[in-house]
Design a protein around this ligand. Structure first.
Ligand SMILES: NC(=O)c1ccc[n+]([C@@H]2O[C@H](COP(=O)([O-])OP(=O)(O)OC[C@H]3O[C@@H](n4cnc5c(N)ncnc54)[C@H](OP(=O)(O)O)[C@@H]3O)[C@@H](O)[C@H]2O)c1
Length: 305
């Protein structure tokens, strides 16, 4: 496993935003040789960190007060906290960076951004050289976070690697409720091209980015399988033995589908993952949705059910 070769093995690891991916990343470090600390907002997440043997910091990145006692010196820092829900700036990132002082700096930052920063690319292949073109505020906030980090590290001895991550799926992260509720999707021939990554592969990619990601580099993160969003819901429905969602044309969708979902449906792109595979030296465990779903059979299907 990549974590065993990590040059940060004997250093401190700090995970800002200790949620699902943070937990998966923390598990990849050997607790005998690495001290992992995490930051989250809720009591429940702080309790989870303690259960996982992670040093817990409970603080709210929206609040300028609880952020001054973080011990980051020379650490490998994973920043996984999402931006706030509104606006075009990531004010949580600004708060976080404002509270770092030059005597308490991490050695390297791995930032999870989103493939959404490329916006709509009309189904075309997107490499890391494709200009960003965010079409929704949620992606503008991510681009803002990338830019804040880039400017911050420029003046300091901190390495930065940005991962532009496509849709995450995995155990506990399937759109089961949506499918059970019969929420409609677009007719397949109208559906945008979408990309995915299994949560466990993403966690391994985060470690690989720490090991091999070059300072200042951006990596697209995806399993490289380009499907469309409707096919995704169909495949998951089939896997769960649930009826496939009803399909609509655009006119119907504009009345029946939430604004938030429509903004995803208006963006189509095929993420090129070749740089990730070669430079981060990663071999995916789940190179397509079928393999990823097969891993979850025992979780979602009891014997004889
Ligand atoms: N879903 C996708 O398909 C997708 C695609 C690309 C990128 N991403 C991004 O990937 C990252 C990791 O995903 P994930 O699944 O691990 O997310 P997650 O499970 O929702 O975890 C997010 C973490 O951030 C913490 N957090 C949120 N707001 C905070 C605040 N104001 N102050 C302090 N901590 C705060 C949460 O703490 P509490 O639990 O205590 O609230 C939680 O620990 C996220 O930024 C996500 O948006 C997701």
């Amino acid at each position: 496993m990549a974590a065993n070769n990590s040059k940060y093995m004997t250093q401190q690891v700090f995970i800002v935003g200790y949620g699902d991916i943070g937990r998966r990343v923390a598990k990849l470090f050997d607790s005998k040789t690495t001290t992992v600390s995490g930051l989250a907002r809720s009591l429940a997440s702080a309790a989870q960190m303690k259960l996982d043997g992670v040093i817990a910091f409970q603080a709210d990145l929206d609040d300028l007060h609880g952020l001054s006692n973080l011990k980051l010196t020379n650490s490998l820092l994973f920043y996984f906290a999402p931006p706030p829900a509104t606006g075009t700036n990531d004010t949580r990132m600004s708060n976080f960076l404002t509270h770092l002082d030059d005597s308490n700096l991490p050695a390297k930052i791995i930032y999870i951004s989103t493939s959404g920063v490329y916006g709509d690319q009309a189904g075309q292949r997107v490499t890391e050289d494709t200009p960003t073109n965010p079409g929704a505020d949620r992606s503008r906030r991510r681009l803002d976070a990338e830019q804040q980090l880039t400017q911050y590290v420029e003046k300091r001895a901190i390495d930065l690697v940005i991962l532009r991550v496509s849709g995450i799926y995995g155990p506990g992260r399937l759109p089961e409720k949506r499918i059970r509720d019969g929420v409609p999707v677009l007719h397949e021939e109208l559906a945008p091209k979408t990309n995915r990554i299994h949560a466990d592969d993403l966690a391994r990619i985060c470690i690989a980015a720490a090991d091999y990601g070059l300072n200042g580099e951006i990596y697209n993160v995806s399993d490289g399988c380009h499907s469309n969003m409707t096919r995704y819901f169909f495949q998951v429905a089939d896997f769960l033995n649930l009826p496939r969602p009803p399909t609509l044309d655009w006119k119907e969708a504009e009345c029946a589908i939430s604004k938030g979902m429509l903004s995803y449906l208006r963006e189509s792109r095929r993420m090129d993952n070749r740089k990730m595979l070669s430079e981060l030296r990663i071999k995916l465990k789940y190179p397509d949705l079928s393999t990823g779903l097969a891993q979850m059979v025992s979780l979602y299907h009891r014997p004889n059910s």
